[in-house]
Design a protein around this ligand. Structure first.
Ligand SMILES: Nc1ncnc2c1ncn2[C@@H]1O[C@H](COP(=O)(O)OP(=O)(O)OP(=O)(O)O)[C@@H](O)[C@H]1O
Length: 354
């Protein structure tokens, strides 16, 4: 027996959700989630991530718009009639049932015989690395193991879509990395469609095929982790995904899609993104500032911190301060050193005003 996948795509068409009279939790969202992909919904507290996830599950009903799973319009289907499973941050295991009984629970309502249910549940436990734990009670497991049981319980139902609501929040940092890697490995292996809610940008970057960044009930940007990191559309996304320095600059010239910016005597060409000649703002990642470049602008080391794997610097330039990192930990720069700072390839990106 093998757990297989009936992975289906999910489509949101102009979906809105209003709670009560006037809390607009999700505002006219359009979203296509491909079958077999892991897509995270990422954003600050209250931006509408959980509501979006719960509308896929049927735990909340859309106020307007359409939701499709595969070819089926599920907009008005109750949760029990949707082929979707959800893993919650609290695990939600039954404390008085064994691990095997917990994983079997949903199966016993799905028309499987007793023997099939047992076999399937054992395969599920094996998949999440809990072979041999079937007779234990949840209280006899660590937090990470309990969350694996919750994952197994959802997996064995072979849902069209598997939903995760901040599944790692109750785990400590080390376990979080381990469990997120396990979830990603299983998702890839079985080709599952997974929608995953988190407010942790590093977690989102690590596990996702695509990230949907949400702000104020709407989508701020959708893209692969790399697209979001390298080319955020605005300040909000630049700031929310990874660290970014926002630097003032002047666009001297625009030729076609390319702009030339000037900082002091330093000139740098980059995509113009439709932004006209004049004062502008760029976002640049700490690792893409090159300290000691041949060409660049002037800055002074204001702070130098050794954090083991790298050096972290605060640099002061005439237009303000920047945060930079360097892999060279053996010959650190002294505070007060005058340096020339340039941009690495794929360094800064221009941001629209506002
Ligand atoms: N049952 C509810 N009744 C009324 N308002 C609600 C309800 N659930 C959520 N909201 C509101 O809808 C908005 C979106 O909430 P949602 O839980 O979807 O956000 P979130 O991004 O998941 O936030 P968090 O990360 O804090 O869980 C918030 O303003 C929230 O207060």
């Amino acid at each position: 027996m093998k757990i297989s996948s009936k992975a289906a795509p999910v489509s949101f068409q102009n979906v809105s959700k209003v709670y009560g009279r006037d809390v607009l939790a999700v505002d006219d969202v359009n979203l296509e989630i491909e079958a077999g992909k892991l897509v995270t919904l990422l954003g600050p507290s209250g931006c509408g991530k959980t509501t979006t996830l719960r509308m896929i599950a049927g735990l909340e009903m859309a106020t307007s718009g359409r939701i499709l799973i595969g070819d089926a319009d599920v907009t008005n289907l109750p949760a029990t009639d949707r082929d979707v499973s959800m893993v919650f941050q609290s695990y939600a295991l039954f404390p008085h049932m064994s691990v095997l009984e917990n994983v079997s629970y949903g199966l016993s309502f799905s028309g499987f015989t007793k023997a099939e249910t047992r076999e399937r549940a054992l395969v599920g436990l094996d998949l999440v690395g809990l072979k041999g734990f079937d007779a234990r009670l949840p209280s006899e497991l660590s937090g990470g193991q309990q969350q694996r049981v919750a994952v197994a319980r959802a997996l064995v139902l072979e849902p069209q879509v598997l939903l995760f609501d901040e599944p790692l929040s109750n785990l400590d940092a080390k376990l979080r990395r381990q469990v997120r890697e396990d979830i990603r490995a299983i998702q890839k292996d079985l080709g599952l469609t997974v929608v995953y809610v988190t407010h942790d940008q590093e977690e989102a970057l690590a596990v996702s095929d695509e990230i949907v960044v949400m702000r104020n009930a709407a989508i701020a940007q959708i893209g692969t982790p790399r697209q979001l990191y390298d080319a955020p559309v605005d300040r909000f996304v630049a700031d929310f995904i990874g660290e970014a320095n926002l630097l003032p600059c002047v666009i001297e010239a625009v030729a076609g899609e390319q702009a030339t910016i000037a900082i002091e005597d330093y000139r740098y060409d980059l995509p113009s993104r439709g932004i006209p000649v004049g004062p502008a703002t760029m976002a640049v990642r700490p690792s893409r500032l090159v300290i000691g470049a041949k060409d660049g602008f002037h800055a002074k080391v204001a702070k130098a911190t050794y954090v083991g794997v790298r050096m972290e610097y605060t640099l002061e330039a005439v237009f303000g301060s920047m945060f930079a990192v360097q892999d060279d930990v053996d010959t650190p720069l002294e505070v007060g050193t005058e340096v020339t700072v340039g941009f690495a390839e794929k360094g800064p990106v221009l941001l629209p005003e506002g």
